[in-house]
Design a protein around this ligand. Structure first.
Ligand code: KIV
Length: 285
C-alpha cells in the first residue's frame, strides 16, 4: 500500500511537472511524441477533484451523465442546462486537466446557428475548455461555425450513442466496408475543418489504427483497440460502481459496487445496534 502511494505520488508529480496544464496543443504534442492520452468521464466536483489530482489528461463531461447520473436508458434526454450544471461542477474542481463537454442531443443537429449558441452557452456558463460533437459530414457546417468562434471541438465517430434510435443496437460499428469508408472520410473532414481530436467508439481495432495513422490530430478510443492515441472510459464503469454493463472493451479497475454496499451495510448495522454514534462522536456542551 505504501509502495503504491509512493509510486502514485511520484508518477503524478512527474506528469504535473512535464505538463503543468493540459491544452489541446499539449494533446497534439503527445501524439507527435507517441505518448498516450488518458481520458475519463467526470460529472461532479468531488470526482473531478480526484481525477485532476491523479494526473488524468482529459476529463470528459460526457452526456453519459444521462445514464450514470440520472438513470436514463439512453443519452438522449439530458438537456443543455443539465450538461452545463455538470460541467460547472467539474470546472470548480479542476486545475490541470483539459475539460471537454458533450453537446447534448438536439442542441446542434438542427442548424449551425443553434449549434453555435449551444456551444457558446457551454463555454460561457461552465468555463470548460472544449466541446465534443457526435457525427461527421452531417454536422460539418455546425462544426465549422463553432470552430470559427474559437471554440475547440473534439469529434466523435463510430458508435455514436445519440443515434441509437437509428442504429437500433450498441454493437460494434463500421465492420462493413461502406461504413468503414464513410468513417475514414468523416475523420479526414473533421481534421480538415480543425477539430483537435476524434473519439473513436466501438469500431474494429484495424480500422481505428488506419484512421489514427492517417491523421495528424489524436484519436481517443473506447472499444477501438490499442493502436489509437489515447483511451477513454466511463468513470462509473471503470470503478465498478455500475455492474450491469460488461462489454469486452471494459476493464474494471475497482469493485466499488461491493465496497460501497459494504460501507452502507456497516453503517445501517451500527445505527440499528446503537453502536453509532459512540461517546467520542457526540457533543456534550
Ligand atoms: O458520453 C460519454 O461518456 C462519451 C464517451 C463514451 C466517449 O461520449
Amino acid at each position: 500500500m505504501i509502495k503504491f502511494a509512493f509510486q502514485y505520488n511520484i508518477y503524478t508529480m512527474y506528469l504535473s511537472k512535464k505538463y503543468p496544464k493540459i491544452t489541446t496543443h499539449v494533446l497534439q504534442e503527445m501524439k507527435q511524441r507517441g505518448e498516450k492520452i488518458a481520458m475519463l468521464t467526470g460529472y461532479d466536483y468531488s470526482m473531478a477533484r480526484l481525477l485532476d489530482e491523479s494526473g488524468i489528461d482529459v476529463i470528459l463531461v460526457g452526456d453519459s451523465a444521462s445514464n450514470v447520473m440520472a438513470g436514463h436508458e439512453t443519452t438522449l434526454p439530458i438537456t443543455l442546462d443539465q450538461m452545463i450544471y455538470h460541467a460547472s461542477s467539474v470546472m470548480r474542481a479542476v486545475k490541470r486537466s483539459l475539460v471537454v463537454v458533450d453537446m447534448p442531443f438536439g442542441t446542434y443537429q438542427g442548424n449551425s446557428k443553434e449549434a453555435l449558441n449551444s456551444a457558446i452557452r457551454i463555454m460561457k456558463e461552465s468555463g470548460a475548455n472544449a466541446i465534443k460533437m457526435e457525427g461527421g459530414e452531417e454536422i460539418l457546417e455546425s462544426v465549422e461555425r463553432i470552430l470559427s468562434a474559437g471554440i475547440p471541438v473534439l469529434g466523435h465517430l463510430g458508435l455514436t450513442p445519440q443515434s441509437i434510435n437509428k442504429f437500433g443496437t450498441y454493437v460494434v460499428r463500421a465492420t462493413e466496408k461502406e461504413e468503414a469508408e464513410k468513417l475514414k472520410r468523416d475523420a479526414k473532414l473533421l481534421e480538415e475543418k480543425g477539430c483537435f481530436g476524434i473519439v473513436l467508439e466501438k469500431i474494429p481495432s484495424g480500422l481505428a489504427e488506419e484512421v489514427t495513422n492517417s491523421l495528424k490530430i489524436p484519436t481517443i478510443g473506447i472499444g477501438a483497440g490499442d493502436k489509437v492515441d489515447g483511451q477513454v472510459l466511463v468513470l462509473h464503469d471503470m470503478l465498478g460502481i455500475n455492474q450491469d454493463f460488461s462489454p469486452r472493451f471494459l476493464r474494471r479497475y475497482h469493485n466499488l459496487h461491493d465496497e460501497i454496499i459494504k460501507a452502507f451495510s456497516h453503517y445501517i448495522e451500527d445505527v440499528k445496534n446503537l453502536d453509532f454514534p459512540n461517546e467520542h462522536e457526540q457533543y456534550y456542551k
